[in-house]
Design a protein around this ligand. Structure first.
Ligand code: AHR
Length: 344
């Protein structure tokens, strides 16, 4: 098993390393949640940007959602580590909104006041951004949406670009994997991410629509939010197990909730991965370990390693260059076969 892990981690799982709060693929020594050239705060009140004449650094304000998952920690580490490695050219102002949209909005307003070059943030939910994005536009500050989008009815000229995975695709891939695992029939429950978050809305859309069109003998009997956290994933799975006599599969909108579900299934005296098939999204280290242990069956990757693209894009925007409206991450599907294949 040692050999499996060594090769697995070296060959294929750079993202999982990062996603467990470890080290991103090309990042040999990123400090955990440290700022380097960045200013890191738990409240969205970062200090003023050094935007006086003569500061030719790229000044970026990043309003992070919080710390709901290992995936989120990996994204934060990657961004802060990248900025710390490029201290001569990048000035990062980082705020942690502690899962609250109002805190993200406050942080964005403080970045506008500072006069940063570019603002980047993952919208915790899809709606409610018009006012603050209009303020960014009026201030002439380009906005990069990171890892999640905003509601399709919002005027898309209010942001400049989005760097993110295709969450609908992830949901479809999860449905294809679940259908294969169940041999085309069974009872499935769904653990949803944060209510109103594009990553949850779109993964659900992809999964449910694929199932409805292609899997008439698979029934989704329940679907409830676990807020992308391991603790709530476990709690909701416990209640599903009490309510339904037979559950054949669980689709979890992220791996942290899948790991929580595994705990609940074991405590109920069942075998995760065998009695109940488990498909997650993200590709965190814990999910790969669970797949190798036979306790989970598949994870659909969603890369958290976005810093390079974020800062490159921000530099282009500062230079007045145009960029694509959606810079889509290239993700893969990790079934048990793929994980085993990459391990040797
Ligand atoms: O927006 C990306 C999602 O947010 C990740 O899948 C999840 O783990 C995180 O909390």
């Amino acid at each position: 098993m040692k050999k499996v892990f060594a090769m697995l981690l070296a060959a294929a799982m750079s993202l999982s390393l990062a996603a467990c709060g470890g080290q991103p693929a090309n990042n040999p020594n990123p400090p955990a949640n440290s700022g380097g050239s960045s200013s890191s705060t738990q409240t969205p009140t970062p200090p003023p940007a050094d935007n006086k004449p003569g500061n030719d650094k790229l000044v970026v304000g990043f309003a992070q959602i919080g710390q709901e998952s290992g995936w989120r920690d990996a994204e934060t580490n990657d961004i802060q580590w990248y900025a710390s490695r490029n201290i001569d050219t990048i000035e990062l102002h980082f705020a942690d909104a502690q899962q609250k949209q109002e805190n993200q909005i406050k942080a964005i307003r403080s970045f506008i006041e500072m006069g940063v070059d570019v603002i980047a943030f993952p919208p915790v939910v899809e709606t409610g951004w018009e006012a603050v994005l209009t303020e960014c536009q009026e201030a002439g500050i380009p906005v990069i949406l990171v890892d999640r989008g905003i509601d399709a009815n919002t005027d898309d000229s209010l942001y400049t670009t989005m760097i993110a995975s295709d969450h609908v695709w992830a949901g479809e891939q999860a449905a294809i994997a679940m259908n294969d695992l169940l041999g085309g029939s069974g009872v499935v429950v769904e653990l949803e991410g944060t209510v109103g978050a594009s990553a949850a809305v779109q993964r659900k859309q992809g999964f449910d629509e694929y199932m409805a069109k292609n899997c008439s003998s698979i029934e989704i009997v329940a679907s409830q939010t676990g807020d992308f956290t391991r603790a709530q994933g476990k709690e909701v799975m416990e209640s599903f197990l009490k309510t339904y006599n037979k559950i054949d599969g669980v689709f979890c909108h992220n791996d942290d909730m899948a790991l929580g579900a595994i705990e609940a299934i074991k405590e109920a005296g069942l075998k995760p991965g065998e009695d109940i098939k488990i498909v997650g999204v993200d590709g965190v280290k814990g999910a790969f370990e669970a797949i190798l242990a036979g306790e989970m069956n598949c994870t659909v990757e969603c890369t958290p390693i976005l810093a390079n693209q974020i800062f490159d894009t921000a530099a282009k925007l500062k230079a007045g260059e145009s960029v694509e409206k959606w810079v889509m991450s290239a993700d893969e599907v990790y079934t048990a076969d793929v994980v085993a294949g990459r391990a040797y």
